[in-house]
Design a protein around this ligand. Structure first.
Ligand code: CP
Length: 336
């Protein structure tokens, strides 16, 4: 069994090295600004590459030289644990020089604009700029100004493409496919860039998507998203393959969207009883950060159907694949 496992790992590493040395372009675009516009083959290529990086990340020796000589700057104007840490690890494991700009101690606090900050960083010749910002469209704006590849690490309520990719990788590894699955996304859909990117990706890959929320937390254009809309959790998760829970994004709310978190949990919190309505082998997902007892019960978050920790693991691999793929489109190509 152990021998078989190690043979499998060797085979997968060999495949990864083959892909790496080919340095074939995987993406049409210079930047990753969103899932919108990605083709099924681009998504599959990124997921295949990320899948190989999962194996690398499980080895003792995790370091590669794919991004040797490249400089990656991570600029997070909004708080992050998972995304920032995994982009840093991803760049370092691929051999890049990685710098995390601390926004709280930067000249942004002295009134420097987003564009001026980006132009200042651009003058230091980074190859990859990873940006999180509270405004939708901020990453696209910067991509037009700077001379390097820009990765959207979350822009307002717009998109969070690497989250959707890591969710897709988690599902694909567990279920063997995305096509034909029914995915229920439940929670604060209105403010969620995770929901938006997931809806786009899952549609592109042939999955069926349901969104579940109180009517106050549904986007006004939800009938045009090509999803089934539910305002009742029990109805929405009945028979689904995947239950993806989202937190209430209180930081984006100006006003009361729900009567109270206690009331919200009663109707929209996922507990074992409600989860039993989904398929018996349904997966429970959450992008984090989680608010236990608000959108999800601890027993479910830590239960056998939960793949929440696995999502975090896939996050590093997906971000490695994205950085690798974008570096192939830079002047000098892959492994400059
Ligand atoms: N899922 C996610 O984006 O988490 P962080 O805010 O911790 O990066």
């Amino acid at each position: 069994m152990c021998l078989l496992k190690s043979q499998k790992a060797v085979k997968e590493l060999a495949l990864m090295n083959a892909q790496k040395t080919s340095s074939a372009p995987l993406l049409k675009s210079t930047h990753l600004l969103g899932i919108e516009g990605l083709s099924p083959s681009e998504i599959n290529s990124l997921l295949d590459l990320a899948n190989n990086y999962v194996e690398l990340n499980r080895q003792i020796q995790k370091k590669q030289d794919t991004l040797r000589g490249r400089t990656q700057i991570n600029v997070f104007f909004e708080n992050s644990t998972r995304t920032q840490a995994s982009f840093e690890l991803a760049g370092k494991r691929l051999g890049a020089d990685v710098m995390n700009m601390s926004v709280t101690s930067s000249s942004v606090k002295k009134g420097e604009t987003l564009i001026d900050t980006a132009m200042t960083l651009s003058a230091m010749h980074p190859d990859l700029l990873v940006i999180r910002h509270s405004s939708a469209g901020a990453c696209e704006l910067l991509a037009q100004k700077v001379g390097c590849a820009v990765v959207n690490a979350g822009d307002g309520s717009h998109e969070h493409p690497t989250q959707a990719l890591l969710d897709a990788l988690t599902i694909r590894r567990r279920k063997g496919k995305l096509q034909g699955l029914t995915v229920a996304i439940c929670g604060d859909i209105l403010h969620s860039r995770v929901a938006r990117s997931n809806i786009l990706l899952l549609h592109t890959m042939g999955a069926r998507v349901r969104i579940i929320a109180p009517s106050t937390l549904l986007p006004p254009d939800s009938d045009r998203l090509g999803v089934e809309v539910f305002t009742n959790l029990e109805d929405g998760i009945a028979g689904c393959d995947i239950v993806m829970m989202l937190r209430l994004q209180l930081e984006r709310m100006n006003g009361a969207y729900v009567p109270s978190t206690r009331e919200y949990y009663r109707y929209f919190g996922l507990n074992a009883e409600k989860l039993a309505l989904a398929k018996p082998d349904a997966l429970v997902m959450h992008p984090g950060p989680m608010n236990r007892g608000v959108e999800i019960a601890s027993a479910v978050a830590d239960g056998v159907q939960s793949v929440i920790s696995e999502q975090v693991e896939m996050g590093v691999a997906v971000r490695m694949a994205v950085l690798d793929a974008l570096s192939r489109n830079l002047p000098g190509g892959g492994n400059a």
